[in-house]
Design a binder for this molecule. Structure first.
Ligand code: ADP
Ligand code: MG
Length: 793
């Protein structure tokens, strides 16, 4: 019997459907030449043999070794896209998906209808697409529609070392999908690609792959990089330190590009400015470039960007630089929110007679390889979003990076010749870095993932083969939230304690939950969409949800001025933009929708003006964000129409302002989605402590939280509000605040209410002090239904 099994297995492996064809690709001689230099090319045979013989393989190779651009081409040439199926590649970053698809199309001399990309808001995939780059989130959505991913013959999971949540989940899912496909006689291949050798979480995880997939190492032919540690470690001003180090390198060291790693956009721009000042281009020409730039990111400012066509020359005013005869420094910023045209510049050779200098965030660490870098300056830090496990409060913090990523950064210097890496910290500090960065899944709330998995009929999410499982705590919190949103059935509260505990982690999905899972937004927003059809509110709900889920739609009013003379201008601008937001927030009834009314007003006004870069610039809106909102509105409208075709929403981009009645309805819909983000104004005894002045209390936190001065409700300070999120900056600030009527609380959130007299209550948190709250205990209908409860006004 055993023998028979083996021969069966062999049969599966040696299926005649295994392609052994060769599809020719017509590459230009230049591309051909550049390719030959890539280390991964030497491994083509080994890789393709491994692919043929194994359902899943892992490829490890230094950044820049050619994995992303070449491996899809290997598969293409071996016929993996010739039977009507596609080769899919996932990237954790949108930037990489777009830019790599263009690059590969160009290398293969194929149109973008054939080598295409798909990200959340856009794509150029056609029925002719053979190689498809996409973000990992996009593929996850596709698995929901077709668990077997029948459109694909091979899936490449790129940048697996980044351990992004979706990548982790995809690997878990694909570890099941690949054998299923083989069983059904439609073999599919899985290739996991990593820039580090640390792949045990994938290969030695029994729950993932019963037989560990082979690991192919691409010999990176890396040149030696000399590491220089700082003697001391600047604790605050590492940007200043980076400036001095870069100047020194530029003045004293032989030619070769410089790559500086900082942590965020603001730092990147500030250093770009300082360096451009120190080693400038001729003034006259620079001024010529300062015409209105449509693509300019409002509030970020990028005046000198775009100077590649300039005559180069030293600034006569800068005597010192002239004296030591430094050539001009060609300074370019690089970060993920940068406009694509600006990003593409880093791949082009710098103008002759200049030295390339790229100031980047960690996008340059592994996803994009910049040619010609010989010197790396590493601040040793990274900006990360942190979530409080209990409260969900998030904050961006700059922390030390890991040893693995510091080494990745250093490696950028040794791609074409021996290089140098200047670490702006001491070797002792380096020794204290963690070895590797944590998987993202262990650091963030997982309710969206849990809902997606339930929709894939994975009821016991705890048993899912995660490469690194999230904490049980996080999973329980996610199921609880989903139950309260009505997306999952309530777990039974009878039976043995142990069974009850277990049931809490395996609640089945409800029909509402399925509808919510089909919307491409997080569960809280999905709930709002599901409720939106009432009172013709849907177009507004769609606009608000789109605005809430797009990153930073407003220019940052609190950013510091970059120079003295900018300061007064900035103040004027602030005043004008604040005025504008007040206008959008409206008066009376509509004002109570708060910050969400501002968003609604902004979206409407922007569309009315034709969504032009100019309008955005003048109104303090990020053009890129507004374009995303427009696309997302279209996408959400389609998604809602697909779920409830009888509603037939038609979104008029401009929207007429909502009626008073609709505003009330909208506020309730927002409460239904954000109910667990309720806050009540501090009162009574609390106010004895001055820290509670104008503060709010939330169920999960002891700390006071505040309405931000830029909020529409800063002056109103309603008794109850819901908020989109709490960001910790100088204080705990609620973002996206909307007012809630006290009467709505017991009806929507009975779990927070005590229905007796205030005196009996152990924690009279939301108990009405006057006892006038009418209680409607049964909220079940509301939770699983699609209607708001009838609330008396
Ligand atoms: P890996 O995925 O292993 O990090 P890539 O396939 O991304 O490597 O990069 C291979 C080479 O292709 C690098 O030398 C990189 O500089 C080059 N490359 C990638 N994208 C572009 C582009 N848009 N223009 C020019 N060269 C590029
Ligand atoms: Mg890559």
């Amino acid at each position: 019997e055993k023998e028979k099994k083996i021969s069966d297995q062999e049969k599966v492996q040696k299926k005649p459907s295994e392609p052994a064809i060769f599809i020719p690709v017509d590459r230009s001689p230049e591309v051909q030449e550049a390719r030959l230099k890539l280390p991964v090319l030497a491994e083509e045979q080994v890789i393709m043999e491994a692919v043929r013989e194994n359902p899943s393989i892992v490829i490890c190779g230094e950044t820049g070794s050619g994995k992303t651009t070449q491996v899809p081409q290997f598969l293409y040439e071996a016929g993996y896209a010739s039977d009507g199926r596609m080769i899919g590649i996932t990237e954790p970053r949108r930037v990489a998906a777009v830019s790599m698809s263009h690059r590969v199309a160009k290398e293969m001399n194929l149109p973008t209808q054939v080598v295409s990309y798909q990200i959340r808001y856009e794509g150029n995939v056609t029925s002719d697409t053979k190689i498809k780059f996409m973000t990992d989130g996009v593929l996850l959505k596709e698995i929901q529609k077709d668990f077997l991913l029948q459109k694909y013959s091979a899936i490449i999971i790129d940048e697996a070392h980044e351990r992004s949540v979706y990548t982790d989940i995809l690997i878990g899912l694909l570890s099941r999908i690949v054998p299923l496909r083989n069983k059904k006689g439609m073999p599919m291949k899985l290739l996991i690609m990593s820039a580090t050798l640390r792949v045990e979480d994938f290969t030695e995880n029994q729950r993932l792959f019963r037989t560990p997939p082979p690991v192919i190492k691409v010999d990176a032919r890396q040149f030696p990089v000399t590491i220089h540690f700082n003697k001391r470690t600047p604790l605050e001003d590492y940007t200043g330190e980076a400036f001095h180090k870069t100047c020194k390198i530029h003045r004293m060291l032989p030619p070769g590009g410089i790559l500086v790693f900082l942590t965020g956009q603001a730092e990147v721009h500030s250093l770009c400015r300082r360096l451009r000042k120190a080693f400038p281009f001729r003034k006259g020409n620079t001024l010529k470039m300062r015409k209105p730039k449509p693509q300019r990111e409002a509030g970020i400012g990028d005046e000198e960007d775009g100077d590649s066509d300039l005559d180069l020359g030293d600034d006569p005013a800068d005597a010192e630089e002239k004296a030591d005869g430094s050539i001009p420094l060609y300074v370019l910023p690089l970060y993920s929110l940068l406009a694509p045209e600006q990003q593409a510049k880093v791949f082009r050779p710098p103008p002759p007679g200049t030295r390339l200098c790229i100031i980047a965030t960690n996008v340059a660490e592994t996803s994009l390889t910049i040619p010609g870098i010989k010197y790396v300056v590493d601040c040793g830090r990274v900006k990360k979003r942190f979530y409080d496990k209990v409260t969900g409060v998030s904050s961006f913090k700059v922390t030390w990076t890991s040893q693995a990523s510091a080494n990745q950064r250093a490696g950028r210097a040794g791609r074409t010749e021996p290089g140098h890496c200047y670490r702006l910290y001491s070797s002792a500090v380096f020794g204290d870095f963690t070895l590797f960065s944590e998987a993202e899944i262990t650091r963030r709330p997982v309710e969206d993932l849990v809902l997606q998995m339930k929709d894939l009929n994975i009821e016991k999410v705890v048993n899912f083969p995660f490469p690194t499982p999230p904490s049980t705590e996080a999973l329980v919190a996610a199921e609880q939230l989903l139950v309260s949103l009505g997306a999952l059935e309530e777990p039974p509260c009878t039976g043995r304690l142990k069974d009850m505990q277990r049931a809490k982690l395996s609640c089945p999905i409800t029909p509402l939950g399925r509808a919510m899972a089909s919307f491409p937004v997080a569960p809280r927003y999905a709930k709002m969409l599901a409720l939106g059809k009432q009172q013709d509110c849907l177009p507004y709900v769609i606009a608000v949800v789109a605005a809430m889920t797009v990153r930073e739609i407003f220019e940052d009013l609190d950013r510091p001025a970059r120079s003295e003379d900018e300061s007064s201008k900035l103040n004027q601008r602030r005043a004008r933009l604040t005025q504008m937001r007040r206008l959008w927030a409206g008066q009376g009834a509509s004002l109570l929708l708060g910050d969400l009314m501002i968003m609604l007003g902004a979206v409407g006004a922007c569309e009315f003006a034709g969504c032009t870069p100019r309008f955005c610039e003048n109104s303090g809106l990020r053009y890129k964000a507004m374009v995303e909102i427009r696309k997302l509105r279209g996408q959400l409208t389609n998604a809602v129409n697909a779920v409830c075709p009888e509603v037939g929403v038609f979104v008029d981009p401009k929207m007429t302002p909502p009626t008073e009645h609709q505003v009330v309805c909208l506020r309730q819909i927002v409460l239904a989605g954000l109910g667990d983000h309720l806050a009540r104004r501090a009162q009574g005894e609390d106010l004895v402590d001055p820290k509670w002045k104008n503060a709010y209390k939330t169920p999960l936190m002891d700390e006071p939280v505040f309405i931000h001065p830029n909020s529409a409700l800063f002056k109103t300070l309603p008794e109850f509000v819901v908020y989109q999120e709490i960001m910790e900056t100088s204080k705990m600030y609620m973002r996206g605040v909307s007012a809630v009527e006290a009467e709505w609380v017991p009806q929507f959130l009975p779990q927070y209410c005590h229905f007796g007299s205030p005196l009996e209550s152990p924690s009279p948190w939301f108990c009405s002090s006057t006892g006038t709250i009418r209680c409607h205990r049964s909220s079940t209908f509301f939770r699983v239904g699609w209607q708001l409860p009838a609330v008396e006004m």
